[in-house]
Design a binder for this molecule. Structure first.
Ligand code: HEM
Ligand code: HEM
Length: 386
C-alpha cells in the first residue's frame, strides 16, 4: 500500500494551488482598478486564460483521482477528522470546477460579446448562450449578472476553504507532527521526512508567481498615459461589432467577423478625439448559413458592390463626471450616409456603445422584407482602450 499520492496527483495539486492563489489575487486586484483602466482589461484577459487552464487541469485531476485511489489515512486519525478532510476535499473539487465555469458563463453571456483568446493566441469558444434560441437580450444580461454573483461569492468561498485546508495541513505538520504533508509533498517515495530542500521547488514557483503579479501591479498605467497624452493613441486590441435584429418576432443576433475600429481619446485636445469603424459586410455571421448568404445579396448589403460599411465620428465629447462620451458621426451603408448619435461608455478598459438604425434608411432589405426582418436593428460595438 502506497503512503504518498502519485507524482501526477502531487504535481497537479501544487500546480493548481499556485495558479488558484494567483487567480484569486489578480481577480481581487483587477476588481479594484478603475473601469477605464487598460490594466484592468489586460488583467482580465490573463485571468480568463489562467482560469480556463485551471478548469482543464482540474478536469484531468478529477479523472486521475477517480482512477487512482489516494493513500489511506492513518487509522489513528479520529473519525471526525477524516470526515472533515473528505468533506473539505469534495467541496474544494466542486468549487474549483464551478468557479471557472461560472467565469466562462459570465463572459459567454456578456452583452459585449468579446472573443476570448487564451494567452492571446488560442481562440476559446463561448458557451452557446449568446445564440441560444429564445434567449432575449435581457435574459443574457440576467445570466451574465447572476454568473458574476456566483463567481464572486464562490471564489471567496474557495479562498476560505483553501485557508482552512492550509490550516489543517500546518496543524498536522507543526502541532500533531505526523508529517502528513509528506504525502502530498514533492520528492521521492523513500524520502519520508521533509527537509528544507523539499520546499525549494514549490517555493521558487510561488515566488515566480508572486513576482509576476507584482510586476503586473507595478506596470505603468497605460490608460492614464493614453488619456492624458497629447499624442493621440489608436487601438485595435479587440474589436467587435454585433447586432440584434428581429426575425419573425424572434431575436436574431449576429456578428461581423472582420471589423476595424480606431478610437482616439485625447483629453488635452478633446476636439482631436475620434472614433472610426470599418465593417466588412461580407463577414456577417449569424450562425445560420442560409441567412448569412442571403443578407450579402443585392437586396440587402450588396456586399460585392459595397463591401464596406463605415462610421466616421464628427464629435466625441466627454460627459462630465462619468466614464462616458457622447459620439456623433455619420454611418455609411451601401454608400448612403446618415447621422447617428450615441453614448460611448468605458468598462473594464473596453469602450462600447450601441444605437438603433432603421435599415431601410440605408436601402438594406427594401424588397418587402419587413415581415422577415423588422425595420429596426440594434448595432453594438466594443473596442479596447490602449
Ligand atoms: C491553494 C489551493 C489548494 C487546493 C485547491 C487544494 C486541494 C486539495 C485537495 C482537493 C486535496 C485532496 C486530494 C485527494 O484526496 O484527492 C488536497 C490534499 C492535500 N493538500 Fe491541498 N490544496 C491546496 C493547497 C494546499 C496547500 C497550500 C497545502 C499545504 C500547506 C496543501 C496540503 C495538502 C495535503 C497535505 C494534502 C493531502 C492530505 C492527505 O494526505 O489526505 N494543500 N488538497
Ligand atoms: C478557478 C478559477 C478562477 C478563480 C479562483 C477566479 C477568481 C476570481 C476573483 C476572486 C475575481 C474577483 C471578484 C471578486 O472580487 O470577488 C474574479 C473576477 C473575474 N473573473 Fe474569475 N476566477 C477564475 C476563473 C475565471 C474564468 C475561467 C473566467 C472566464 C473565462 C473568469 C472571468 C472573470 C471575470 C471576467 C472577472 C471580472 C468581472 C468584473 O468585471 O468585475 N474567471 N475571478
Amino acid at each position: 500500500m502506497r503512503k504518498r499520492y502519485t507524482s501526477i496527483a502531487i504535481s497537479l495539486h501544487w500546480l493548481i494551488a499556485i495558479l488558484l492563489i494567483g487567480l484569486i489575487a489578480i481577480g481581487k486586484y483587477m476588481n479594484e482598478l478603475e473601469e477605464t483602466d487598460h490594466l484592468r482589461f489586460e488583467l482580465i484577459q490573463w485571468h480568463k486564460s489562467f482560469g480556463i487552464l485551471v478548469l482543464l487541469l482540474v478536469l484531468i485531476r478529477i479523472a486521475w483521482r477517480l482512477t487512482h485511489r489516494p493513500p489511506r489515512l492513518s487509522a489513528a486519525m479520529p473519525l471526525w477528522e477524516r470526515f472533515a478532510a473528505s468533506a473539505t476535499h469534495v467541496f474544494l473539487y466542486l468549487l474549483v470546477l464551478v468557479v471557472p465555469l461560472s467565469g466562462w458563463i459570465m463572459v459567454s453571456a456578456s452583452p459585449l460579446n468579446l472573443a476570448t483568446e487564451l494567452f492571446g493566441a488560442i481562440p476559446w469558444p463561448h458557451l452557446p448562450i449568446a445564440t441560444a434560441n429564445g434567449f432575449t437580450e435581457s435574459d443574457r444580461k440576467t445570466v451574465s449578472e447572476l454568473s458574476w454573483t456566483v463567481h464572486h461569492f464562490l471564489a471567496n468561498g474557495l479562498l476560505i476553504l483553501v485557508l482552512l485546508h492550509i490550516g489543517a495541513a500546518l496543524r498536522h505538520q507543526f502541532i500533531l507532527k505526523d508529517n502528513l504533508l509528506s504525502r502530498m509533498w514533492i520528492g521521492t517515495e523513500h524520502r519520508r521526512h521533509m527537509d528544507l530542500s523539499h520546499a525549494l521547488l514549490p517555493g521558487l514557483l510561488l515566488a515566480a508567481a508572486m513576482a509576476l503579479f507584482l510586476w503586473e501591479k507595478a506596470a505603468p498605467d497605460v490608460n492614464d498615459a493614453a488619456l492624458s497624452a497629447s499624442e493621440p493613441s489608436a487601438v485595435t486590441v479587440v474589436d467587435a461589432v454585433n447586432f440584434t435584429a428581429t426575425q419573425m418576432g424572434e431575436p436574431l443576433r449576429g456578428t461581423f467577423d472582420t471589423v476595424e475600429i480606431e478610437l482616439v481619446i485625447d483629453n488635452e485636445a478633446p476636439a482631436r478625439s475620434s472614433l472610426q469603424a470599418t465593417v466588412h459586410t461580407g463577414s456577417i455571421n449569424t450562425g445560420d448559413g442560409q441567412i448569412d448568404s442571403t443578407v450579402v445579396t443585392a437586396d440587402w448589403f450588396a456586399s460585392d458592390q459595397y463591401p464596406l460599411a463605415e462610421f466616421r465620428s464628427t464629435v466625441v465629447a466627454p460627459v462630465a463626471g462619468t466614464n462616458e462620451f457622447s459620439v456623433t458621426g455619420d454611418l455609411t451603408i451601401r454608400d448612403t450616409s446618415r447621422p447617428v448619435t450615441f453614448t460611448l461608455s468605458i468598462t473594464d478598459g473596453v469602450a462600447s456603445g450601441e444605437f438603433p438604425i432603421s435599415r431601410s434608411d440605408y436601402g438594406v432589405g427594401t424588397g418587402g422584407q419587413d415581415e422577415f426582418i423588422e425595420e429596426e436593428v440594434t448595432i453594438r460595438f466594443a473596442t479596447a482602450l490602449k
